[in-house]
Design a protein around this ligand. Structure first.
Ligand code: AMP
Length: 428
């Protein structure tokens, strides 16, 4: 028996029918980024493991449990330790620093699009290889509430641009404040949670010391009950942080962007400061997050760059595809011309003709072997051809081709040598 291969668990083939939706999402995302002044950046699919550990935090779930490490054949490369990228921000910041973008541009507005990898337990909407569209605005002067609002507006408008209706997704917003405010908040949380530590789930008992914020978004029923009894507000924030958040909300209000403020929204990664947000689609069930983002004012300097502020977000394409379901106009673009050869000799001439027509920038295809007119017309229908071009013995003798307009059924013959006339018709 010859072994048949299957794709690795947690990955997916995107077959041609589905790819249409992906292409539309990608090209709309590029278009929208362009209108907001964000330029594409492409970074490697893998980086030093330490980059991810230092940026997301050793205690984050991603670094603790989900990194996919690469083994190299070469000992000296192993020493550095590489991992497939689990997200885009760390790589973009690494590139920003390495390429001195801070010296080249005042404010770098960047976007990326591509696969990310996390060793998660696969389920619907949760894969080991998935795709994100993300943006990052990094640079001196980027700590402006206008930029927070722009980034949030951009993510909302992107989702609308893909065809999602405003009532299909929810935006949640919070602020974590500065690094100092976060420290105060974690102290406050530990004090409040101390009496309940033994009741928390195993994971949260560990989170209590290592990453107390994560307890706030634990899905365990008992942890949730404990968390919901706490009185959490923004009193741990400095006056400046509260004012900043107030300004962000005012700008969002002026843009008519609706959001729900949620003091429990903390995000699991160390690098977030100030504004954090998450967009979910309740219809998607347990894996309902479409995207998330926030400000990370200290990350660039923590990774050895200059002290510049930054904010970004990432949307998951698989989840967007799931949320769109059958909605959205993602039909295949019709073929301009399908060529039908009625005998062996015409087949040879037709093949050359198809190449010439394609060289003129017209999409064209054929059946590649001689078959009945009826069966070839079926193929043309299947390809949604706008025109069918028929070549048989009698046409060859007269030096003409028959061009059939599939829209209105009309037929015209043209001299086969008059390729310009034929391409003009096909372009209409
Ligand atoms: P995160 O960096 O975890 O906030 O992820 C941002 C977005 O990427 C999420 O809201 C999801 O839409 C998507 N995403 C994250 N992890 C996965 C995964 N394992 N499979 C599919 N999509 C994911």
């Amino acid at each position: 028996m010859i072994k048949k291969f299957s794709l690795p668990r947690g990955t997916a083939d995107i077959l041609p029918d589905e790819v249409l939706k992906w292409q539309a999402i990608e090209s709309r995302a590029r278009g929208i980024c362009n209108t907001y002044g964000y330029k594409e950046i492409r970074t490697p699919l893998f980086e030093e493991t330490e980059l991810f550990a230092r940026s997301m935090g050793q205690t984050s779930d991603i670094v603790q449990k989900q990194m996919l490490n690469l083994m190299s054949q070469k000992q000296e490369e192993d020493a550095a330790g590489f991992s497939l990228r689990p997200e885009g921000t760390a790589s973009v910041v690494r590139s920003y620093i390495q390429n001195d973008l801070d010296k080249k541009e005042g404010l770098s507005k960047l976007f990326y699009l591509g696969p990310m990898f996390r060793g998660e337990r696969p389920q619907k909407g949760r894969l080991r290889q998935f795709h994100q569209i993300g943006i990052e605005a990094i640079g001196p002067g980027s700590a402006s509430p206008y930029l927070d609002a722009e980034v949030i507006a951009l993510s909302v408008n992107m989702l609308k641009g893909f065809g999602l209706k405003a009532d299909q997704f929810k935006l949640k917003l919070n602020t974590l404040g500065s690094a100092e405010d976060k420290e105060n908040f974690s102290k406050f949380l530990r004090e409040q949670l101390q009496p309940h530590v033994s009741e928390l789930c195993q994971d949260c008992q560990q989170r209590f010391d290592r990453n107390v914020f994560r307890i706030l978004d634990c899905k365990n029923k008992i942890c949730r009950e404990i968390v919901h009894k706490l009185t959490i507000d923004h009193t741990h924030l400095s006056k400046e942080s509260r004012q900043y958040f107030q300004s962000v909300r005012e700008v969002l209000d002026s843009l008519n962007i609706s959001y729900q403020q949620d003091v429990l929204l903390v995000r699991g990664l160390d690098y977030y400061t100030h504004t954090v947000f998450e967009i979910s689609c309740p219809l998607l069930g347990s894996q309902d997050a479409l995207g998330a983002g926030g400000r990370y004012n200290d990350l660039v300097s923590q990774l050895g760059g200059s002290a510049v502020d930054a904010i970004g977000f990432a949307l998951g394409i698989e989840r967007i595809v799931l949320a769109l379901g059958k909605d959205g106009a993602f039909s295949e673009s019709p073929l301009d011309a399908f060529f039908i050869a009625l005998d062996e000799i015409s087949l040879k001439r037709t093949f050359i003709f198809v190449q010439q027509i394609r060289e003129a920038g017209i999409s064209a295809d054929m059946g590649y072997r001689q078959a009945s007119l009826k069966s070839q017309m079926r193929l043309a229908d299947k390809r949604k051809a706008r025109y069918v071009i028929i070549l048989g013995e009698s046409e060859l003798q007269k030096g003409v081709v028959t061009v059939k307009n599939m829209g209105d059924g009309s037929q015209t013959t043209f001299p086969i040598a008059d390729i310009h006339k034929i391409t003009d018709i096909l372009k209409k």
